[in-house]
Design a protein around this ligand. Structure first.
Ligand SMILES: *Cc1c(COP(=O)(O)O)cnc(C)c1O
Length: 374
């Protein structure tokens, strides 16, 4: 395997484990002496069924998904789920609560609001999304069909490090950017969904984990390919699934299992992001505006105290092989995405570069760097 000299900090599609890609390359033309590439396999055939079932089983084990939850491999991305959730869970005119914690929760609301009556149970907007409102700020509707959170705000750099209590209202989470980054108590959720391209595999594949007792509330006009019950009953054979993406996701699940359990993976993720936040907090040139308790382990967002240096910072980083560090267009600045597949040396290389850049610029801009709003 070639040495990795380039690190991809993109928020999504994100960096992939090199071992997985090289295994996929090896198997590209002939999967396990079957004589066939995975891409050409009939999806109902024995071989692909084995791949799909293994991926399901590995995911179930990794996450500890109880037997009364179904795992669906769907298409359309997380954004399709923004509309499909209300279609699958609520009758016409049904109500749902949403937590407004940043860019992606707003997207979820905008789309969900076309199919449901949506209430904002709490919002971080007034404070510029610097923190996740604590549960005592939430005003929950006990009659809501579900309560929606975005467990990690990819664009803003916020993450829940606790789980809300929504009583008998099913908790629904968009886990697109922190899926499989840490252990979760699935039983606290009614539905979890995640687009694959952040922490799992190729874009398009969308994982939905749904409690069985929620499988019977879809509106009749819900497209069958996106109807959770139809997909669960057909075991992913309702129509051609994303065969190649499912195969790659399966390789990623295997790779994760080789690292240990999700507890071990979470520890490593914690170590990586702690190192980076420490470097940010220790420097006069860099500042993270997110409250410490709510900082994301996956998407570390920060600003340069002198914003006019941001473009130069990004350009020099790129020249060092530190790619795609630009912040989300909605907020600018810098964002380093540290998904499972980002190795620790990648984080160290970024910190080295940041310190080097600061030593070359901080003196020149000391006057501008004296205070950062927190
Ligand atoms: C990237 C992202 C999405 C959008 O995913 P698509 O697959 O592009 O629709 C939704 N939610 C979160 C939290 C994301 O990070």
């Amino acid at each position: 395997m070639a040495t990795v000299s380039v690190y991809n900090f993109a928020a999504g599609p994100g960096t992939m484990p090199r071992e997985v890609l090289s295994q996929a390359r090896q198997e590209l033309l002939d999967w396990e002496q079957s004589g066939l590439p995975v891409m050409e396999m009939p999806f109902t055939g024995e071989e692909f069924q084995a791949i799909q079932q293994q991926a399901q089983q590995d995911l179930r084990e990794l996450l500890g998904v109880p037997s009364d939850y179904r795992i669906l491999f769907l298409q359309g991305g997380a954004s399709a789920q923004f509309a499909l959730l209300p279609m699958n869970l609520l009758p016409h005119g049904g109500r749902a609560d949403y937590l407004d914690t940043g860019y992606w929760s707003r997207k979820a609301m905008a789309e969900g609001g076309r199919y449901a009556r949506i209430r904002i149970a709490a919002s971080g907007a007034a404070h510029g999304y610097r923190y996740i409102p604590s549960q005592d700020e939430w005003k929950l509707d006990p009659e809501a069909g579900y309560c929606h959170i975005t467990s990690n705000e990819t664009a803003d750099g916020l993450e829940y490090h606790w789980l809300p209590d929504t009583g008998s209202v099913p908790l629904v989470a968009d886990m697109t950017s922190d899926f499989l980054s840490r252990p979760i108590d699935i039983e606290r959720f009614g539905v979890i969904y995640a687009g694959a391209q952040k922490n799992i595999g190729p874009a398009g594949l969308t994982i939905v984990i749904v409690r069985e007792n929620l499988l019977n509330s879809a509106r009749p006009e819900t497209p069958s390919a996106f109807n959770y019950r139809v997909q669960a009953e057909s075991e992913g054979r309702f129509n051609t699934p994303l065969t190649y993406a499912i195969y790659i996701a399966g390789l990623v699940f295997r790779w994760l299992k080789r690292q240990g359990d999700l507890g071990a993976i979470a520890l490593r993720n914690r170590r990586k992001s702690d190192r980076l936040y420490e470097a940010i907090d220790a420097s006069e040139l860099y500042a993270c505006r997110i409250r410490k308790e709510d900082r994301s382990l996956m998407n570390v967002c920060f600003d340069l105290a002198d914003a006019s240096l941001t473009a130069e910072f990004l350009l020099q980083a790129q020249r060092r092989g530190l790619l795609h560090l630009q912040g989300h267009p909605s907020r600018g600045g810098v964002r380093a995405s540290l998904y499972n597949a980002m190795p620790e040396p990648g984080v160290e290389a970024l910190i080295d570069f940041m310190q080097d850049f600061a030593s070359r610029h901080v003196g020149l801009h000391a006057v501008n760097c004296l205070s950062h709003p927190r």
